[in-house]
Design a protein around this ligand. Structure first.
Ligand code: GLN
Length: 536
């Protein structure tokens, strides 16, 4: 069977949770026994989000094969529990680069290179490549942006063309819109949805299913009105209310008949889904037996999306322990303002310093790390957070006051975190040159890390440029730091821990990217367990 294609577009406003809708539909199809892959087409001109400021874009999600991708790819992986690849996220930047590169090689043989057909051909090529390579029963394709945006037009044109080249029941278009509520008149309004669907129709796309985000339930008559004006069946107008938890969305959409409508449109047997495990996981989330508070000390804490996977993985760690994890977001620079951070950190059961780049806030992160180390509060350092732990230990325990990462101080005599030779020339061409993707990590026998993973080898994803400087390894060891994980091929330190402390772990990789709600990354499960234990 050729893969079925499900396109997800968005209308009216951005941030409607198109990604969650796509991911939830993926889960619903999978739970019916269909194989699924999901891809995202992003209209911006950056080649990937790797060079963007988190305030612009939120977190950069990293795949196993080392692609820096949109955070929706993280939602997809968490919901469908599949490892996705660089093929699953394409941007206008990549499309245009490929077309221009081919033009420079003479690949268009004298032709004028144009948006239609050349850019649209390249877009279609990338979609069909995923179909051919992965051969899923269903490929869900989310188009970033909002219908009506200039940037997303080539993508919409490409999917219109694709449909006309497919079998009659091979494609399904889902349009996610907003039904706003006007408090003055006490009404839900359908007009913005009507306009947005008209816009889609004017470019030749008729949505088969309309997913309506709303703060209030849609009455039968509202659904009928939307169906009438938008040219769809009433059962294809799906209400999508705000959910208490993201992981409830598949269950809510199942109840509203989303997947059944999609299966019908595609001629797929609608089957009864098996959502037993998913329901059990949501039940663990909604009915916690205990709780704890974890401080996240970062520099983009106003935008929680900047640490999306970390926050999700902490939740997953909570599910594993039947605990609600309350997050206390602390701006590292705010901590620097006081002489100590005991006030801001009072009452937290654990402290996490996530990844980051650049010097801003470093001092505050070191203060938080010191507070955790000295007060026996569980500490989890991820990537930059591990480097912070190394710097803090060097400054305070080893007494090297000038110890630093050369990312922040090039002339320190104690460059405990430093650039490897293969990275020295990458500082000028920063895009895509970090150490990226999954690498093997060998775990040392008898360490906390080995007992957490329950094995001697694991694979985790990376996104960083700097590394622990092995020149100083003996000094750290002598002072009580244990190096519990190593990259076996290059001898790079991957995990550090302090056996004198109840739970103090720093990892050079990003374990949050492999955590799933129903299969939490073991480090997060153990970290939350330690937070709960410390609380007792
Ligand atoms: N800035 C550090 C590095 O490049 C850490 C990166 C990160 O935390 N992702 O090595």
């Amino acid at each position: 069977m050729e893969s079925k294609l499900i396109f997800v577009t968005g209308g009216v406003v951005s941030s409607l949770g198109k990604g969650i809708t796509a991911a939830a539909l993926g889960r619903l199809l999978k739970s019916r026994g269909y194989s699924v892959s999901i891809m995202k087409l992003d209209p911006y001109l950056n080649v990937d989000p790797g060079t963007m400021n988190p305030y612009q874009h939120g977190e950069v999600f990293v795949t196993d094969d080392g692609a820096e991708t949109d955070l929706d790819i993280g939602h997809y992986e968490r919901f469908i529990n599949e490892e996705l690849t660089r093929l699953n996220n394409t941007t206008s930047g990549q499309i245009y680069s490929a077309v221009i590169e081919r033009e420079r090689r003479g690949g268009y043989q004298g032709g004028t290179v144009q948006v239609i057909p050349h850019i649209t051909e390249e877009i279609k090529h990338r979609i069909t490549k995923v179909m051919k390579k992965l051969r899923p029963d269903a490929l869900i394709v989310e188009i970033g942006g909002t219908v009506g945006d200039i940037e997303s037009q080539p993508f919409l044109e490409a999917i219109r063309q694709l449909k006309s080249q497919c079998e009659p029941m091979q494609c399904c278009f889902i349009h996610v819109t907003l039904i706003p509520y006007l408090s003055a008149s006490g009404e839900l309004k359908t007009k913005p949805t009507q306009h947005s669907v008209k816009e889609l129709q004017s470019i030749g796309i008729q949505p088969d299913v309309i997913v309506c985000r709303s703060d209030y339930p849609l009455s039968r008559s509202i659904k009928a009105k939307i169906a009438l004006f938008c040219n769809t069946a009433e059962e294809c107008v799906i209400e999508n209310l705000n959910a208490g938890s993201l992981y409830e969305v598949p269950l809510m959409l199942e109840e509203k008949g989303l997947c059944t409508a999609v299966c019908k449109k595609l001629g797929l047997d609608p089957r009864t889904p098996d959502l037993t495990e998913w329901r059990a996981m949501v039940d663990r989330e909604l009915n916690p037996e205990t709780e704890c508070t974890v401080a996240i000390v970062g520099k983009y804490v106003e935008l929680h999306d900047a640490y999306l996977s970390v926050a999700e993985a902490l939740k997953h760690g909570g599910f594993a322990n039947r605990a609600r994890v309350n997050l206390r977001w602390l701006g590292a620079e705010d901590l620097e303002k006081g002489s100590d951070c005991s006030g801001a950190l009072e009452g937290v059961d654990a402290i996490l310093v996530p990844g980051g780049f650049g010097e801003r806030g470093i001092k505050g992160k070191i203060m938080a790390c010191r507070y955790a180390r000295e007060n026996n509060i569980p500490y989890f350092g991820i990537c930059l957070g591990m480097q912070i732990a190394v710097i803090e230990f060097a400054q305070d325990v080893l007494g090297w006051e000038d110890a630093q990462s050369t990312e922040f101080d090039f002339s320190t005599k104690h460059p405990v975190i430093d650039l490897m030779a293969d990275q020295v020339n990458n500082l000028e061409r920063i895009g895509g040159t970090l150490r990226l993707g999954s690498y093997t990590c060998r775990l040392e026998e008898g360490t906390l890390a080995a007992s957490i993973y329950g094995c001697f080898e694991t694979h985790e994803r990376h996104r960083h440029r700097y590394e622990f400087n092995n020149e100083f390894e003996a000094d750290f060891r002598d002072a009580g730091m244990v190096f519990s994980g190593w990259n076996p091929r290059r001898g790079l330190a991957e995990i550090i821990e302090l056996p004198s402390h109840p739970w103090f772990v720093g990892v050079q990789f990003h374990p949050e990217f492999t955590s799933r709600p129903d299969e939490p990354n073991p480090l997060f499960a153990s970290f939350i367990e330690a937070a709960l234990k410390g609380k007792e």
